[in-house]
Design a protein around this ligand. Structure first.
Ligand SMILES: Cc1cc2nc3c(=O)[nH]c(=O)nc-3n(C[C@H](O)[C@H](O)[C@H](O)COP(=O)(O)OP(=O)(O)OC[C@H]3O[C@@H](n4cnc5c(N)ncnc54)[C@H](O)[C@@H]3O)c2cc1C
Length: 342
């Protein structure tokens, strides 16, 4: 792990010193400027100063599934009717920009346990925090070295499926709202379950032509029957594994939420959706393809324009059935190859 980080830093330092590379930090992209349909210039703020950089060859947008469609839209590329209402000059009508937003939604049931400790009480106490800190300082181990989840599992919601459509990320702790509330005062764990092939689609739409103003993100999670059915199956399978398997029985698990009294599929999903959260895998808003809602072609070039590519998670037409970071790196590698070979 440590050697991997050192290696990456080493590569970064080598890259930083290349003659043909200039890295500008503390910058926020304002927009791309075009001459006719050719991308010519990037405008950006750096410490409140507005600056411009001209391009000889291409502009590569890698601002992620929220940032890339936002910058395209403020630059006049998107649904012309909607952009005109915000006073934006249209460069190219491309209705797919910002559409097709999808993500993995994690449902977060919580199970109380006995006879084994979760991290809840340790994290809640000052002494526990001190011990966590000391363990890290002296042993380089313990909760401070943990990733976001310690256990991952895939399964099929229906045995007739060819491939899994459910993924669990399991955490040895629990709280009402991740990142917003304290851990529970009892020992419990959170086997989050996600439909990894969701069919619900949302969108990213700017609300202002100033790119410093957040775009509106509408996810529309669980808006299709299919997603609600898979969500119910995921919750029930989680319940079955934890409440009925020999392994878990010795810890006398208790379903804190949604609660075993909820059996009806629709009620189960409605209840669990109260504490569902993104697993931070937004994709699809500049999708690659050749239908009229596609934003980039198979070379990741923005359709109908010259000198502009998008290379990030936004180009995925459909989300990968697993975490999105490695696939995004793969997209970047493939994109780099295509640029070098052109
Ligand atoms: C909290 C969190 C945890 C995650 N955990 C995992 C995990 O465990 N495993 C996994 O596989 N994936 C994980 N992911 C998902 C993974 O990080 C993403 O799929 C991946 O980073 C997407 O890469 P990207 O290049 O498309 O976008 P990003 O990595 O989001 O990069 C886009 C960059 O553009 C910048 N940007 C946007 N707009 C502008 C602008 N106007 N001007 C200047 N800069 C701008 C952003 O600040 C950002 O640095 C996690 C994501 C989050 C947020």
């Amino acid at each position: 792990m440590v050697s991997g980080v050192v290696l990456q830093l080493d590569i970064l330092i080598q890259l930083k010193n290349r003659d043909n590379l200039k890295i500008i930090t503390h910058a926020h992209v304002k927009k791309i400027n075009f001459e006719n349909k050719v991308a010519k210039e990037v405008e950006f703020w750096q410490d409140n100063d507005l600056k411009k950089v001209q391009v000889n060859k291409e502009i590569i947008l890698s601002l992620g599934a929220i940032g890339s469609p936002q910058i395209l839209q403020v630059s006049g590329i998107g649904n012309a009717e909607k952009l005109k209402k915000l006073g934006i000059d249209i460069v190219h009508n491309l209705n797919g920009v910002g559409e097709n937003l999808h993500d993995h939604l994690m449902l977060r049931p919580v199970y109380k346990i006995n006879g084994i400790k979760s991290l809840n009480k340790k994290i809640n106490s000052l002494f526990g925090n001190l011990m966590i800190g000391l363990e890290y300082i002296f042993n380089r181990s313990g909760p401070m070295t943990m990733g976001a989840s310690q256990l991952c599992m895939f399964a099929k919601s229906d045995s007739s499926l060819e491939l899994p459509d459910l993924q669990w990320h399991v955490q040895p702790m629990s709280m009402d709202t991740l990142g917003a509330t304290k851990n529970h005062e009892f020992h419990a764990f959170t086997p989050t379950v996600s439909n990894i092939k969701p069919t619900s689609r949302g969108h990213v739409s700017i609300v202002d032509k100033d790119s410093r103003i957040y775009a509106k993100i509408k996810q529309n999670y669980l808006s299709t029957d299919n997603d609600r059915i898979i969500a119910a199956k995921g919750l029930k399978l989680t319940r079955k594994i934890i409440m009925e398997s020999k392994t878990f029985k010795k810890y006398t698990p208790e379903e804190y939420r949604p609660g075993v009294h909820i059996n009806n599929d629709e009620e189960l999903v409605t209840e669990a959706s109260n504490y569902a959260q993104t697993i931070f895998h937004p994709v699809g808003t500049c999708k690659m393809g050749n239908d009229e809602m596609s934003v980039v072609d198979e070379k990741l070039k923005v359709r109908g324009l010259d000198n502009l590519r998008v290379i990030d998670a936004s180009i995925m037409p459909k989300i990968t059935s697993g975490n999105t970071n490695a696939p995004t790196i793969m997209i970047a590698e493939k994109g780099a190859d295509m640029i070098l070979k052109q």
